[in-house]
Design a protein around this ligand. Structure first.
Ligand SMILES: [Fe+2]
Ligand SMILES: [Fe+2]
Length: 193
């Protein structure tokens, strides 16, 4: 039988995963900048910011369900040296990012949501679901940008918006509402151009 402790463990694993992705995409952005791939650097920064929103949502869910506070610094120990070793050229970094987002979308959040549903932990299920849908968007964007890089037709100075409720990322035009969480456009943050 599934117990509440499983849901809390799932939330912790998601918090660690999202925090690591956030830090890794930051490094990928620095690398892309160094290679003169400014638009890809901006995409990495935007998605890094989106992963931070997932961390916040999962922390809120954890604290409500457990009635305990969570110390992120205690839980998440990022080994900067190890993380730095994962940074390669930007094309490889995009492929690595696609693999990570695909795993979270197809496997990790799917199984976490199943557990949360069984136990009726609506807050966890909701947080996992928002993140899962956003990871699918991130995945598609990374695939698009990889294709553009390969076809040598990079966009220039596109506006990038991040939904501060769910971590959805929109390129180009600000939508009237978020396609994932349905919040109004005022909840989108415009990333620096
Ligand atoms: Fe993501
Ligand atoms: Fe949203």
């Amino acid at each position: 039988m599934i117990q509440i402790s499983i849901i809390l463990e799932n939330l912790k694993e998601a918090i660690i995963g999202e925090s690591t992705a956030k830090a890794k995409y930051n490094l990928f952005a620095i690398r892309a900048d160094e290679e003169g791939l400014v638009e890809i650097a901006r995409l990495f920064m935007a998605i890094s910011y989106a992963e931070e929103i997932h961390v916040k949502n999962h922390v809120k869910a954890y604290e409500k369900i457990s009635d305990n506070t969570i110390e992120i610094e205690e839980l998440v120990k990022i080994d900067e040296v190890e993380l730095q070793k994962k940074v390669r050229d930007t094309r490889s970094n995009l492929i690595q990012a696609i693999a990570g987002e695909t795993y979270e979308f197809r496997k990790m959040y799917k199984s976490f949501m199943k557990n949360a549903k069984k136990l009726n932990t609506y807050l966890a299920e909701f947080s996992f679901n928002l993140a899962r849908n956003a990871e699918n968007i991130h995945r598609k964007l990374y695939i698009d940008y990889l294709k553009m890089l390969d076809d040598n037709r990079m966009r220039e100075n596109e506006n990038i918006y991040v939904c501060e409720i769910c971590g959805n990322v929109e390129i180009g035009k600000l939508p009237s509402s978020c396609s994932i969480c349905d919040h109004d456009q005022k909840f989108f943050k415009k990333m620096e151009n």
